[in-house]
Design a binder for this molecule. Structure first.
Ligand SMILES: NC(=O)c1ccc[n+]([C@@H]2O[C@H](COP(=O)([O-])OP(=O)(O)OC[C@H]3O[C@@H](n4cnc5c(N)ncnc54)[C@H](O)[C@@H]3O)[C@@H](O)[C@H]2O)c1
Length: 330
């Protein structure tokens, strides 16, 4: 056993990003404590980790205090997709704000290093492109996305106040659109939406005319960036953008998904939701300079892996359904 094994806590560890992070941290020889209330996270996401003596899963809502002993905390807990964070907007803000206070309080008490999963949403509907970390954003504080955007902005404020006031060792990552296996199939996010629609042979829904651009980072690249940021010297607090600066239009993404899945889906247009940003693209100059980090996985490859994941998941569900129906029929 390694004597230098770190104890690392991942809040939101059963979610999309959190579960990949737990897996990678374990692979790198750490002890991992996954804390999750399973609001959007799934036990399936961490099923393969259960039984590993260096992994522990704890059901807990971070809006309540937590007393554990760890060396590092990745604060990933928060529903990330609009359908989920708008389902109970008050709880979303509580998770970001009260959750941050609880996790920062814990980090302060035990002297742990803490990383916040912030978001490109802190830039709102940006007026500069690409977005650099010193851009202060253009957020509508009253709109339906505000519970998430303003919650995350307030969490950043708390991180920097704990740092200034209590010398807490903080890292703030501003994560841009990330995709990959284990995205929630019904989260309404563009990549999962398109793939699920295509695999089900349905038409693909474009909100607006599909000319809005997005930039997509594959999950493994993102996890690498988060871990590199955590490993930096204490002076490197961020905020730091992590994402893929390669932009494509949403229509182009839909066309690629149709090609990759071999689906016969048509593209149909629906009205653009309120406050949907027209363009979002990270400037990752800081991450390149400080972490030597940049995305390495091409969209085509990442999409192919994600399509395979959803194909497998849908086949499993269809088989389970067929078995249940067979049982009822006999
Ligand atoms: N995926 C992205 O593209 C993206 C982009 C920007 C920022 N982020 C941030 O990264 C983090 C993870 O995002 P994700 O895409 O994995 O989302 P996700 O919804 O898959 O994961 C969030 C996890 O947090 C858990 N959770 C929610 N509220 C909780 C609470 N009060 N207490 C304990 N657990 C709670 C959920 O059950 C889930 O497992 C979030 O903080 C999100 O804001 C993600």
């Amino acid at each position: 056993m390694s004597l230098t094994r770190k104890r690392v806590m991942v809040t939101g560890g059963a979610g999309f990003l959190g579960s990949h992070l737990c897996e990678r941290l374990l692979r790198d020889g750490n002890d991992v404590l996954c804390v999750d209330n399973y609001f959007t996270g799934r036990k399936d996401n961490i099923a393969r980790l259960i039984g590993d003596p260096h992994f522990e899963a704890m059901r807990h809502d971070i809006t309540f205090p937590l007393y554990v002993e760890v060396d590092e905390i990745y604060n990933m807990a928060c529903p990330a997709s609009p359908v989920h964070y708008q389902y109970d907007p008050v709880q979303t803000t509580k998770t970001s704000v009260i959750g941050a206070i609880n996790m920062l309080g814990l980090a302060k008490r035990i002297g742990a290093k803490i990383l916040q999963a912030s978001t490109s949403e802190v830039y709102g509907d940006p007026t500069i492109h690409p977005q650099t970390e010193d851009y202060r954003g253009n957020v509508n504080p009253l709109g339906p996305r505000a519970c998430y955007d303003e919650g995350k902005r307030c969490a950043e404020t708390l991180f920097f106040d704990y740092h200034r006031q209590h010398r807490t060792r903080i890292k703030v990552a501003r994560i841009f659109n990330t995709y990959g296996p284990r995205m929630h199939p019904n989260d309404g996010r563009v990549v999962s939406n398109f793939i699920v629609q295509a695999l089900q042979g349905e038409d693909i829904t474009l909100y607006g005319d599909g000319s809005q651009t997005r930039a997509f980072c594959y999950v493994d690249d993102l996890v690498e960036g988060l871990m590199r940021l955590m490993a930096t010297e204490d002076v490197e607090t961020g905020p730091m953008n992590l994402g893929n600066p390669h932009e494509i239009t949403v229509r182009e993404l839909a066309e690629r998904v149709v090609r990759l899945t071999g689906a016969g889906s048509a593209l149909v247009q629906r009205e653009l939701p309120a406050d949907d940003p027209v363009q979002r693209c990270p400037d990752i100059g800081m991450a390149k300079r400080v972490l030597g980090w940049g995305p390495t996985i091409a969209l085509e490859d990442g999409l192919a892996r994600t399509v395979e994941y959803f194909r497998g998941m849908m086949a499993e569900r269809a088989a389970a359904l067929a078995t249940r129906e067979g049982v009822h029929a006999t």
